[in-house]
Design a protein around this ligand. Structure first.
Ligand code: AMP
Length: 214
């Protein structure tokens, strides 16, 4: 069973990697960022609360985030494996994940660290465009859609995420360095951390993951 966490700074390619891996591994892709964006679109009270933090580049409080993941893990599809993208992001969330997995009798096999130089991140994120309908991710230079600003897969108009501006990205990087980077040691100590070079293209990243034979 492939049960992995993708750990990495914003813009390191977690979403892109997860979208490719979920198809080849046939496991659900669980992205807390996507779940929050969905809640924002639905105008739910939780979405409105989460949006206050997201638009400022801050982490949504742990109790909300952990609740969302706890609920997601009550669905049976996670029994065949999963790719967690963007969760956990704090030590408290990592501890809560341990509890959620134990409760559901599931084991976490690996945490893949997407290692990337911060200088590359701003360029990557500000050029990122996403499909609001099917979730496909593009980059205006590195992974352009065939037709400008139109999704290759479902022909919807692409958008730039509201938190993908340079100003907000700096806050998100700050949150990563302060609150999320301690997870590298947390999982290294559990001996389940593996690392890939995330400065490469999506194809090269996939090759590195495959070479790990998870
Ligand atoms: P992402 O799409 O993973 O970059 O997430 C977008 C935004 O959603 C983040 O900048 C946070 O505001 C929020 N978010 C997503 N996942 C988490 C998490 N695990 N903990 C707290 N906030 C999160």
């Amino acid at each position: 069973m492939r049960s992995v966490v993708l750990l990495g700074a914003p813009g390191s390619g977690k979403g892109t990697l997860a979208t490719i891996l979920k198809n080849s591994w046939n496991v659900p892709h669980i992205s807390t960022g996507d779940m929050f964006r969905e809640a924002v679109r639905a105008n739910s009270p939780m979405g409105l609360k989460a949006f206050e933090y997201m638009k400022a580049g801050l982490l949504v409080p742990d109790d909300i985030t952990i609740g969302v993941v706890d609920e997601r893990f009550s669905k049976s599809d996670v029994k065949k494996g999963f790719i967690l993208d963007g969760f956990p992001r704090t030590i408290k969330q990592a501890e809560a994940l341990d509890e959620i997995l134990t409760k559901n009798n599931i084991k976490l096999n690996s945490v893949i660290l997407l290692d990337i130089d911060e200088k590359l991140i701003i360029k990557r994120i500000t050029g990122r465009r996403t499909c609001p309908k099917c979730g496909a991710i593009y980059h205006i230079e590195n992974v352009p859609p065939r037709k400008q600003n139109i999704c290759d897969k479902c022909s919807s108009d692409l958008i730039q995420r509201k938190d993908d501006t340079e100003e907000v990205v700096k806050e998100r990087l700050n949150a990563y360095n302060k609150q999320t980077s301690p997870l590298v040691d947390f999982y290294r100590n559990k001996k389940i951390l593996v690392r890939i070079d995330a400065s490469k293209t999506p194809d090269k990243m996939i090759e590195q993951v495959e070479a790990l034979s998870l």
